[in-house]
Design a protein around this ligand. Structure first.
Ligand SMILES: NC(=O)c1ccc[n+]([C@@H]2O[C@H](COP(=O)([O-])OP(=O)(O)OC[C@H]3O[C@@H](n4cnc5c(N)ncnc54)[C@H](OP(=O)(O)O)[C@@H]3O)[C@@H](O)[C@H]2O)c1
Length: 315
């Protein structure tokens, strides 16, 4: 089968031919129709998320999100049938499975579920990582009575979903982006959009929330100091959450709770999100669609920034 894979950490992702995976007991094999791009795809390929002791198997197939049809069932009982339309997220490099390829085998009890009626496979593929991260972040950072939320990096995959889910709960979202994205972010429900390339973030935040925001979700700061500087915009008793694993090392104000977010994918959460999209409550903005062979260039582009909504790869 075709796959985009790396031959070693930090090698360039390239199109290769590898054997189709055989589903083991309790697994389903999916003929992938769409995969979606996430920053963790190039982060894994360059070895920067490799914090687990298990040895890696190369070539390492890139990608975690997928949607397609079940084409084979492993031995034993299984909740899926051949032909089912499914979507989900593989567990990452430790699982030995990737999704920028024609077929993937996944455990039936992992983060994989049926695509509900009315949800196109293309949209389903774009949902798992960004949608689940946004939903879990919302639970942690917002639904504890917090009314204002500053999102740094709001125009990308996670930020686009989080802005919608938070504003649907009457949270005032201050969306920090680079560039003039007012129209896009307002359509997703942002109360205020701050273009950090033409206005200091602090002044813009204080204008709306003079004593600081209730919660910060920082999707972009990669150093403890940069995260701490943004956490200074949170009011006493508030929450500062990062997706970059820098909270533990950051010198945060004593009365601000720092949280290092780590996604915990579940099939139940996928079901909830998929229903939301099928019913029109949540929109997954797909900005770019490209064939498998163009995925290496798309990974390069994402690494240099500028993501708007989601990129999907057609198999
Ligand atoms: N820890 C976890 O479990 C977990 C889970 C999900 C995601 N993540 C991480 O969270 C991050 C965001 O994920 P994503 O899927 O939303 O990525 P994405 O789709 O690539 O979007 C990132 C967004 O951040 C913007 N950005 C970068 N620097 C910025 C700055 N200084 N100010 C304002 N905006 C800025 C980018 O646009 P511009 O470059 O144009 O500004 C882009 O819109 C990634 O690093 C991802 O790996 C972690």
């Amino acid at each position: 089968m075709r796959a985009i894979a790396v031959s070693a950490f930090r090698a360039d992702p390239a199109l290769v031919e590898i054997p189709k995976p055989e589903p083991k007991a309790g697994e389903v094999r999916v003929r992938i129709e769409y995969a979606a791009l996430n920053p963790c795809d190039w982060q894994v390929a360059q070895g920067s998320l490799d914090d687990e002791p298990a040895p890696r198997v190369f070539p390492l197939v890139v990608g975690v999100d997928f949607a397609g049809r079940v084409d084979m069932i492993g031995s034993g009982g299984n909740r899926f049938r051949v032909g089912d339309q499914v979507f989900g997220r593989v567990a990452g490099p430790a699982s030995g499975a990737g999704t920028y390829c024609d077929y993937v085998s996944v455990p039936q009890d992992s983060a994989v579920t049926l695509v509900p009626d009315g949800l196109p496979l293309r949209t389903a593929a774009a949902l798992p990582s960004a949608g689940m991260a946004a939903a879990e972040i919302l639970e942690i950072a917002v639904l504890r009575g917090h009314e204002s939320l500053l999102v740094i990096g709001a125009a990308g995959g996670v930020g686009s979903c989080l802005t919608q889910l938070a504003s649907a709960r009457d949270v005032r979202v201050l969306a920090a982006v680079r560039g003039d994205e007012r129209k896009r972010m307002a359509a997703l429900g942002a109360t205020v959009t701050i273009d950090t390339t033409n206005r200091p973030l602090e002044a813009a935040v204080r204008e709306t929330c003079p004593v600081g925001v209730d919660a910060l979700v920082d999707l972009v700061s990669t150093t403890p100091d940069a995260f701490a500087a943004r956490a200074a915009l949170v009011r006493g008793g508030g929450i500062a959450l990062t997706t970059q694993g820098v909270a533990a090392e950051a010198a945060l104000p004593a009365d601000v709770t720092g949280i290092d977010f780590r996604l915990e994918p579940t099939p139940v959460l996928l079901d909830v999100l998929a229903e939301g999209v099928a019913e029109g409550v949540l929109r997954v903005p797909i900005e770019i669609e490209l064939p498998l062979e163009k995925a290496p260039q798309a990974l390069d582009r994402n690494r240099t920034g500028g993501a708007r909504g989601k990129t999907v790869i057609v198999l």
